[in-house]
Design a protein around this ligand. Structure first.
Ligand SMILES: [Zn+2]
Ligand SMILES: [Zn+2]
Length: 176
């Protein structure tokens, strides 16, 4: 999803309107790979301002994550805005853009998917659950407690419920 900035840079136009709806399987950023469960919807514009090229878009799409309790796959719908200057690496001055968000661009074009990748981590929840009532996995045997029961709990409860005095008695009957 690359957009040429030629016309903006040559001042042939003041802004470019962006409207994309495209199916993309994954978005990767650094060592993270996000799987997508929906097309990516992008709407907004890139405009010439006296400080440079300014990108302002609304994005929405659904990523796949795993429930933090039971590890089942969960669809996570995301919807957020991305705003910031598009700056070539040579022109990037940290002080100048201290108070603004800026995205580094390589050349005369910007890759919107790359920018989504850079912003995804801050906009995706760090932990999701498949439902509020998710019972998670049994710590003892790993069973998914949403689907099946297991006898781990009964077992530990039995042990705990033994009166300590009887436990001592039980020891006496142990044969070596
Ligand atoms: Zn779950
Ligand atoms: Zn269990």
């Amino acid at each position: 999803m690359k957009v040429s900035l030629d016309k903006l840079i040559r001042r042939e136009t003041d802004k470019i309107d962006l409207s994309f709806f495209e199916k993309i399987d994954t978005i990767s950023y650094c060592d993270k790979i996000y799987e997508l469960a929906s097309p990516v919807n992008i709407k907004g514009k890139i405009a010439n301002t006296n400080k440079g090229l300014y990108l302002k878009v609304d994005v929405d799409f659904t990523i796949l994550d795993h429930c933090a309790r039971c590890l089942d796959q969960v669809e996570v719908p995301l919807e957020y805005s991305i705003e910031g200057f598009l700056v070539k690496e040579d022109n990037y001055d940290e002080d100048e853009f201290e108070d603004f968000d800026a995205f580094i661009i390589d050349d005369q074009e910007v890759d919107l998917i790359e920018i989504i990748g850079q912003t995804l981590e801050f906009n995706a929840p760090s932990a999701v659950t498949c439902s509020q009532e998710c019972k998670g996995l049994c710590q003892g045997c790993g069973a998914n407690l949403n689907i099946e029961g297991c006898s781990c709990n009964e077992h530990t409860n039995d042990e705990e419920n033994i009166d300590p005095r009887f436990a001592k008695l039980k020891d006496l009957f142990k044969t070596d």
